[in-house]
Write a protein that binds this ligand. Structure first.
Ligand code: SF4
Length: 398
């Protein structure tokens, strides 16, 4: 399979579903790590193709969702500081801080700019030397190379009005925190393919061996996810606990060596607080001492504010696969994309946003049409999420 349509082929998806059904003799709980995978699973009804013994639970792989409120508040504080520009990816703008979010701060006059790349923020700093430009660097290992490159570029240009507020988190320590929890129920993982494209697969091998869990590197298309589930189920049924990489079209065992070298040069590992979950040892990145001048967290205060919304949000359970978003009492009632209580409802990778978009009571969701074009009874009554989004059959060629 080489092209996108092939990974969204309904015949192939149904064959994988049949193979999973044939391989399954016991109940198994499998967690997909990445929020992008969660959105594909919910959007395409992948979980509804599986036998009832297989439960997919959603993991903490939404970096926007796990960015602590304290850092959101600090970003808002920076944006409100006279002479400052706060640059961020658009996803962060609606994430609630203690009292407000970046979009509301912008509406109140703060200079908040949505950018597509950290290098855009460097260009703003270069073009506006009288402004202090801060880039809010949120993400997993996937975005760390680009953010590291922005810091290196600013240093090479001698820019003194550019810095980054780093909120990077790392996937393997989060998986270990889940596996080490006394009430863990995850028996196998679909690891995030894009993270592995950067970091490779070797750091998962000690985890698989220590906790006796299969870890299958997965992409984001329906066939990728179903293939990953099948390989995970086969390992579980056979009592194997290995790291397998069927996503070899993107992931090499050692990852991207140049990207890893860049991360190593600019960042170092640190303890990191995860929103709603708490501090996880060695689970984040911060700037090395040699790039201290670009560390916005040292240059600006971090206000401490009371946060009542945070107490109502059940994101911690959602992000650890312990609660399905629709089981949160606030889902769709007190918490909606227009009025979110937590980040998982507004992030494009948030599990609550996926369920709200594709599975809320009145919102129809997409489906995998059966071969020949008619709706597949396996996938339920799906429809596109919105009028401006292509239907899956148009979008994915199935
Ligand atoms: S539905 Fe809203 S309040 Fe509930 S867990 Fe999700 S983001 Fe938090």
């Amino acid at each position: 399979m080489r092209f996108l349509d092939e990974y969204r082929d309904a015949d192939l998806a149904l064959r994988y579903a049949d193979a999973i059904r044939a391989a399954t003799t016991k109940p198994w709980t499998i967690m997909e790590i990445c929020g992008g995978q969660t959105h594909s699973i919910v959007r395409f009804g992948i979980d509804e193709l599986l036998p009832s013994e297989i439960q997919l639970v959603h993991g903490p792989g939404c970096p926007v969702c796990v960015t602590p409120v304290r850092l959101i508040d600090q970003a808002i504080h920076i944006a409100k500081t006279p002479g400052c520009v706060l640059c961020s990816f658009g996803d962060m703008l609606r994430v609630p801080g203690s009292e407000t979010d970046l979009l509301q701060a912008k509406a109140q006059g703060a200079d908040v700019r949505s950018v597509y790349s950290p290098l855009d923020a460097v260009r703003i700093a270069e073009a506006e030397p009288d402004r202090t430009v801060v880039f809010f660097a949120v993400g997993f290992e996937t975005t760390a190379p680009a953010n590291g490159l922005a810091v290196k570029t600013a240093a090479a240009k001698g820019l003194e009005n550019f810095s980054v507020l780093v909120a990077h988190v790392l996937v393997p320590p989060a998986m270990e925190a889940i596996l080490g929890s006394p009430d863990n129920r995850v028996q196998g993982f679909l690891a995030a393919g894009h993270v592995c494209a950067v970091m490779g697969v070797r750091e998962y091998e000690p985890l698989a061996a220590k906790y006796r869990v299969p870890i299958v590197i997965s992409g984001f298309e329906p066939a990728d996810l179903l293939q990953g589930v099948l390989m995970c189920v086969k390992q579980l049924e056979e009592g194997r606990f290995e790291v397998e990489n069927p996503y070899s079209r993107m992931v090499q065992s050692d990852g991207n060596l140049a990207a890893k070298a860049l991360i190593e040069e600019v960042f170092e590992v640190t303890d990191r607080e995860w929103r709603g979950i708490g501090s996880i040892p060695a689970s984040g990145l911060c700037l090395r001492e040699s790039y201290r001048a670009y560390n916005a967290s040292l240059l600006f205060d971090a206000p401490i504010l009371a946060n009542e919304k945070e107490q109502q949000c059940r994101a911690a359970q959602v992000l650890q696969g312990r609660l399905e978003p629709r089981d949160c009492p606030a889902f769709g009632v007190l918490c909606t994309p227009e009025s979110p209580l937590g980040a998982p409802m507004v992030s494009s990778e948030g599990a609550c946003a996926a369920y709200y978009r594709y599975r809320s009571l009145n919102a129809p969701r997409p489906h995998l049409p059966a071969p020949g074009g008619s709706a597949s009874p396996l996938a339920g009554e799906g429809k596109p999420a919105s009028a401006d989004e292509p239907t899956p059959s148009k979008a994915v060629g199935i």
